[in-house]
Design a protein. Structure first.
Lengths: 367, 413
């Protein structure tokens, strides 16, 4: 029983170091392989087109979760504003798709309705080119995270102050987008896309394609996260999380260590947002404000923030529960969702990813 | 070793992805690439979808709409159903979240294979589901007044468009000699578009707009806005605030010493249900613009109000969006019966000229726009919380979602 009490994620430095040299990365490798088989072989066969497109949506959330797992679980940066980066990536992609739908030299449909503009706003123009828009979906969020992170981490803003700051940014971006109805679509957001790089999004075959791109990207992000975690940088990141002062006295600059995790997490959220748009067909301010930003973090907490696959499992589980519960109990599902979260936090502080370990310990205990 | 395997997996994935890319159709290559989901009408029952927010900020309004749709479905089933088949309502929660609306719409169409869907409230939720209905060639009945400038071939709009609510509201103000107006609204699509139309109308009709202010949805801080309104000495206020904000706005309005006698407020989102929650003492004698009130005379309305109260409670008022939702189910029934089929294309083809003796009076579908002819009504809030009519358009107004029939509106759409 004592070991269960010690498990919480802010484990003492000694314990986490031990976890590092343990077999955890090996198990993560096996988990990755299992995830690949599930996503690429099982899901496309077992699920209907509709359910598969829902899974694509969940996997986009999972991509954000991988980044949060890195920044929060490994680096201790409680970022309550990942919606900002998700939104930047999403809007960058959506703007390109809107312009591509409109055709060369034309303006998107909603601008003609609400904007009454004579010409495309200057900041829309570059997104017409896929060579600008595609890299921008990832680089733009990373740039914003870099600017914000360098200001904040150097000034040693951390803990709750960092969380509040990141959240304020999410609120600010959402309010800004709502106010600019003529050029951003306001609360409606950007929706009604016909094509994705020339491919008709109405076609179920292309929808499947989008799913495979999402699933492939998620696996790629997991590989990146795994390499980072296993590297020397990964150990440094955990060290900064557990004792920033000690790392500073050892001669490292914790601000830079944190900045890298924050920027990488932002890039992951940006890519997730960009793929969310063709997968779901909409991006709007409600997806990037405070509530969705917190929901991202809830998914990670439920899954287990300090593990590689935990955040993915958590994000998918929470989103899946949301869909199923709301289909079965349209009037009561929000309560069930809350209950689920309370139960996991109260009885499984290590998240769903710790179930396996708990079961094993229990078996050992009985033997 | 593991990273190597990972890399190999990655390469494999890319290869699979590239192989699959070749299969899909390109945009514009084949217009009928998706044949649309076909409703399941093989059994003794036909499913219909109810898509409303049952949780989140919009639930308070949308649950009443869901209730009146259910009432209509029950009444229709009690009188033998549609084409001899009973209706089976499937209710889904849009959760006040627009991507969820899109997800649930797709579920209703593809998994449940419903014959038609009734619901949505906010413009944002309608914009989110519109591509889903168009892609699957399925029908949505949208029961709420909105900002116009839309005409999807797969949506029937049974609430008012701008020329059936906002324009008559302005006509009424003008006829009362209220020619300087202050605009207050929530910050989203409907108020912003409505105010654009109001400004165009004002410019052409010798009215002046003294100010235009927006508060974020859900905002309860109106001190500054009310002070500006008071200082402007406008002769009337046009209010497009939505939801809770109205409570704070009208409290502030009253405490600033402004009344319906000195500076009346015309509201387009306050119906009987909202009057109850804001409090009649703050709203006494203020004006509203709608197409239906609980007090609207006629046998059809007496029957509707009685049935609704019998089912949901004597203290429950009926309102315009609830009535429009109730009517939409009956209109769909009439269209299906005229077409003799549940098939979407045939139902659409049969829509023009279909009428129904609604609680608000006779409504007729305009097949060209898929909106309906509605009588515009200006009402005054009474001390009992009900709204009584002070003016109406005399006959149902032809829907004109793009305001093509109004010279002052050229350039708006």
């Amino acid at each position: 029983m004592t070991s269960t009490v010690e498990r919480p994620v802010s484990a003492p430095p000694a314990a986490s170091r031990r976890r590092f040299v343990s077999k955890a990365p090996l198990r993560a490798g096996a988990g990755l392989a299992a995830a690949a088989v599930l996503l690429f072989a099982v899901a496309p066969v077992a699920l209907s087109d509709f359910r598969l497109s829902l899974l694509a949506k969940y996997l986009c959330f999972a991509m954000v979760a991988v980044g949060i797992g890195l920044a929060w679980g490994r680096g201790g940066l409680l970022t309550l504003g990942q919606g900002v980066f998700f939104g930047l990536g999403g809007y960058a992609m959506a703007m390109h798709m809107k312009l591509a739908d409109a055709g060369p030299g034309q303006m998107p449909d909603f601008m003609l309705l609400y904007g009454q503009l004579d010409a495309l706003p200057w900041w829309w123009a570059p997104f017409r080119s896929p060579y600008f828009a595609l890299p921008a979906t990832v680089l733009l969020p990373m740039l914003v995270a870099f600017l914000l992170g360098s200001l904040v981490f150097r000034r040693r803003v951390r803990g709750a102050y960092f969380a509040i700051l990141s959240q304020a940014l999410a609120a600010a971006l959402a309010i800004f987008l709502i106010g600019q109805q003529g050029t951003t679509g306001g609360t409606n957001g950007l929706t009604d896309f016909q094509g994705f790089f020339g491919y008709d999004l109405d076609d179920p075959v292309n929808q499947r394609m989008v799913y495979f791109i999402v699933a492939g990207s998620l696996l790629a992000l997991l590989l990146i996260a795994r390499q980072l975690i296993k590297s020397r940088y990964g150990e440094l990141l955990v060290a900064v999380r557990d004792s920033e002062e000690r790392v500073r006295f050892l001669g490292y600059n914790p601000a830079n260590v944190k900045l890298v995790a924050y920027v990488v997490a932002a890039g992951m959220a940006g890519l997730a947002g960009a793929l969310f748009v063709p997968a779901v067909g909409i991006i709007n301010p409600a997806l990037i404000g405070i509530v969705p930003s917190i929901e991202f973090v809830i998914g990670v907490a439920v899954g287990g923030r300090a593990t590689l696959l935990g955040p993915v499992i958590g994000a998918v589980a929470v989103a899946w529960a949301r869909t199923t519960l709301s289909e079965e109990f349209p009037a009561a599902w929000t309560y069930l969702q809350g209950l689920l979260f309370v139960l996991v936090v109260a009885f499984l502080p290590g998240g769903l990813a710790s179930v396996y370990r708990l079961l094993k310990e229990r078996r050992h205990g009985r033997a | 070793m593991y990273s190597l395997r990972g890399r190999r997996t990655g390469a494999l994935l890319i290869a699979v992805a590239l192989a699959l890319t070749a299969c899909g159709s390109k945009t514009g290559e084949n217009e009928s690439s998706s044949s649309g989901a076909v409703a399941d009408t093989s059994g003794d029952t036909v499913k219909v979808g109810l898509l409303n927010s049952l949780s989140g900020t919009m639930a308070i309004s949308e649950v009443t709409v869901r209730d009146s749709i259910k009432l209509a479905v029950e009444e229709i089933n009690a009188s033998g159903g549609v084409l001899g088949k009973k209706l089976e309502p499937i209710s889904e929660d849009g959760a006040s979240d627009w991507p969820t609306f899109a997800e649930k719409a797709e579920k209703l169409i593809k998994e449940d294979r419903v014959a038609a869907v009734f619901g949505c409230w906010t413009s944002a939720s309608r914009k989110a589901v519109k591509p889903v209905f168009e892609e699957n060639k399925a029908l949505l009945f949208y029961p709420v007044q909105y900002e116009g400038l839309e005409q999807s071939p797969y949506i029937f709009y049974t609430g008012a468009t701008t020329n059936q609510q906002i324009v008559p509201g302005l006509d009424y103000l003008k006829s009362q000699g209220k020619t300087s107006v202050y605009l207050v609204g929530s910050d989203y699509v409907f108020p912003r578009t409505a105010n654009k139309i109001i400004k165009a109308y004002a410019a052409a009709n010798g009215m002046t707009i003294l100010g235009e202010d927006y508060a974020p949805l859900g905002s309860t801080e109106f001190g500054t806005i009310v002070n500006k309104v008071k200082a402007s000495k406008a002769s009337a206020v046009f209010n497009t605030l939505n939801g809770d904000s109205n409570v704070a706005f009208f409290k502030e309005y009253k405490s600033a010493g402004l009344t319906a006698a000195t500076m009346p407020v015309v509201s387009v989102s306050i119906a009987e249900e909202e009057v109850k929650s804001i409090g009649t003492q703050y709203l006494a004698d203020q004006l509203t613009a709608w197409n239906y009130y609980q007090t609207t005379p006629g046998a059809a309305n007496e029957k509707f109000v009685k049935a609704y109260k019998a089912k949901y409670g004597a203290d429950k008022p009926t309102s315009d969006p609830m009535e429009a939702a109730y009517v939409s189910v009956y209109l769909w029934k009439a269209m299906v019966e005229k077409a003799g089929s549940f098939e979407v294309a045939k139902v659409k083809a049969a829509s023009d000229g279909v009428t129904f003796e609604a609680p608000e009076g006779t409504v007729t579908i305009d097949g060209a726009t898929q909106h309906i002819y509605k009588t515009a009504r200006i009402g005054k809030v009474g001390g009992d919380g009900l709204i009584t009519e002070v003016w109406n358009s005399g006959s149902p107004v032809k829907p004109d979602p793009y305001l093509k029939g109004y010279a002052w509106a050229t350039g708006l759409s």
